[in-house]
Structure formats: C-alpha cells, structure tokens
Design a protein around this ligand. Structure first.
Ligand SMILES: Cc1cc2nc3c(=O)[nH]c(=O)nc-3n(C[C@H](O)[C@H](O)[C@H](O)COP(=O)(O)O)c2cc1C
Length: 332
C-alpha cells in the first residue's frame, strides 16, 4: 500500500495548506515546517503556532497525523524540545538535516550536519532518548552536502541512533532544488538499512511518481512542490495505485481551494497583504501543473486588494471552460 507524505515547506505549507491538501484524501501523513532550535526550550505557544493540530490530538481536521519537525545542532536542546513537543501531543518528531539555508548552515544546523555522520548520530540518539518510546522519531536527510560520498554512512547513522524512519530528499545541499533528483540513490539506501524509508524529490505528476517508484523501489513518498502545484496529485497517485484513473482536477476546483485558503487566512486575522502574497505564491507554483495558472498569475500579480483578488478567482470559477477537466501542461 503506497504511503504519501505531504512535505514540510517553510513559508509555503502552513497548517491551512495542510488542512486543505490532507482533505483531498491522498495523504497519509504531514510534517510541520521546521522549528529552529538554537538556544531555548520553546514555550507551548510556539509549538502551537507551528502545529495548531496539537490541539486536535496532533491530527489535521481530516484525521491525518502531523509530525513536529525540529532543526538544530545541540543534541540536548533538541532532546528537550522534542520531549516537550511530545508532551503536547505530537504524534512523532522529525529531525531536519536537509535545510540548505546559508544562515542555518553557518550555525551548523540543517544540511551542514551531513558533513559528519556522527552529528546525525548524536542528535538522533538524544532525541530518541528524550522522547517516550511510543512516539516515533524520524529524520530527513539529503544525499550529502557538497557531494554524495557519505550518503550511506549518514543513513546508517540515523538507523543506528534509533530512529524509526528515514526520509531522503534525493539531492545534495549544493544541488538545491534543481532537477534531477537522483532516485537511484534511494534504492541503494533502502537496501542498506532496515528501518522504513520515504523517497522524496521532483515528483510533479503521475509519470514522475511511477518512474521514482520503479527506480527507487520505495513504497512511501514525500510530495513537495508537486503537491502544491497540483493539489489533486496525491489522490491521483492513490487512485492509480488502486488500479483506476482519476482525471486531473478542473481549474475551478483549484480556484475553489485558493478561495478556501483565503477564508482560513481571513478567519485567522491574516493581513490583506499576507493573504494576497500567499495566493500569488501558491499560484506561481500552480503554473507548473495547470496551463491556466500562467494566465491567471499574470492577471493577479499586480492586484493588491484581497477583495479584488477574491472576486477575480470567484469570477473565473464560474466560467464554463474552467469547469471542464483540465488538460495536463505536457499534453498541450
Ligand atoms: C519553500 C520550501 C521550503 C521548505 N521547507 C522545508 C522544511 O521546513 N523542512 C524540510 O524538511 N524540508 C523543507 N523543504 C524541502 C521539501 O520538504 C522537499 O524535501 C523538497 O522540496 C524536495 O521535494 P520536491 O522536489 O517534491 O519539492 C522546503 C522546500 C521548499 C521549496
């Protein structure tokens, strides 16, 4: 049975996006944006801000668990924060060893820790020791920092430290987010460790999914930008795996989701600027999966007033041509 995880994406996938995407039915698990642990034990309100789902037994409204992701270099501090997150109801703790940010890496956190497998071992062990046995601990790594020389050593260090699960973003830090993702390395890691593993990187459509599945041999996948660009991607993968076919969502469905996102932001008191910025950011990614996204992005990019932006999305939703099943970009 294929397992799909919605990727943590700082500044892009917040609790509202998790709520909307997990309601499509394709995902099994979500992960919060990273919480940067550098000096303190955070108070509860910080964890609740990143993960309001903690107030709902650690689950999205549609019932899918949300792991709390921590990023830092100090094993004891990471352990303390992990234990507190678990006491607040986190269904699992994920540790970020993939962040490429220069500032983060300068402070020996995120992907820079991949330069020495012992870093991973010390941090994962400390978190594992600090968190109750029934709370799974997982780690997310890249294939390396500048090169891939340590990819197996890093994966083995995570396993040896007692993590229950490993997610691998199949690129190095230096490769950033540029294609390709090296799915063939996922197969080599899978064979070298015995804990369960999730493959990640560059799955934008059903064809990428099939290729990644065949090359990596994984049965668990994390979908990042592709899932935001095509909100129905996870459900289409699940339906495909059940032997059936789900047509691509129509443009009106995408617009409807964006309007729901506006509603959630407004209910929460987000400023008009913030709302408009987030909608444009999301639309910028949607352009990669939906032909109408490019035109729509050009039409909305200069709109500042959220009411005008909403009216435009609402108007486009009612157009008959936007209610037809969409045609994938590649086919046009
Ligand atoms: C804007 C952005 C923010 C991200 N933030 C996080 C994060 O907070 N934690 C994390 O583990 N990965 C983060 N990532 C990496 C993604 O989770 C994922 O590993 C990466 O985008 C590769 O998957 P994709 O090719 O399907 O997008 C981020 C990626 C992007 C593009």
């Amino acid at each position: 049975m294929t397992r799909l995880v919605l990727a943590p994406m700082e500044g892009l996938v917040d609790w509202r996006v998790r709520q909307l995407l997990s309601a499509t039915g394709g995902f099994d698990l979500c992960v919060t944006e990273f919480i940067r642990v550098s000096q303190n034990l955070f108070p509860a309100h910080v964890f609740h801000r990143y993960c309001p789902e903690l107030l709902n037994s650690g689950k999205t409204l549609s019932g899918f668990p949300v792991l709390v992701q921590l990023m830092g270099h100090d094993p004891d501090l990471m352990g303390e924060n992990a234990a507190f997150a678990a006491s607040l109801g986190a269904p699992g703790i994920d540790i970020n060893f993939g962040c490429p940010s220069k500032t983060v890496n300068k402070h020996e956190a995120g992907a820079s820790l991949l330069k020495c497998p012992d870093n991973l071992y010390r941090i994962v062990s400390a978190v594992r020791r600090a968190v109750p046995d029934n709370i799974p601990v997982s780690a997310k790594i890249r294939l390396g920092f500048a090169d891939k020389d340590l990819f197996l050593d890093n994966a083995r260090a995570v396993e040896a430290a007692g993590a229950q699960h490993l997610t691998v973003h199949a690129r190095t830090k230096v490769e950033g987010y540029k294609p390709p993702a090296h799915w063939e390395y996922l197969a080599r890691i899978r064979e070298a460790i015995s804990i369960s593993m999730t493959g990640n990187g560059e799955i934008w459509d059903l064809a990428d999914y099939q290729k990644c599945r065949d090359i990596s041999g994984c049965d668990s996948f994390m979908l990042g930008r592709g899932a935001v660009a095509a909100p129905d991607l996870a459900s289409r993968i699940k339906v495909f795996e059940s032997g059936s076919h789900l047509p691509k969502e129509c443009w009106a469905d995408v617009l409807s989701m964006l309007l729901s996102y506006c509603d959630l932001m407004a209910e929460d008191g987000a400023s008009e600027n913030h709302q408009a910025g987030r909608i444009k950011q999301w639309m910028a990614l949607i352009r990669k999966s939906h032909a109408q996204g490019s035109t729509c992005f050009d039409e909305i990019k200069r709109i500042r007033a959220i009411d005008e932006l909403r009216a435009k999305l609402r108007h486009d939703m009612t157009l008959p041509e936007n209610q037809k099943q969409d045609v994938p970009i590649a086919a046009q």
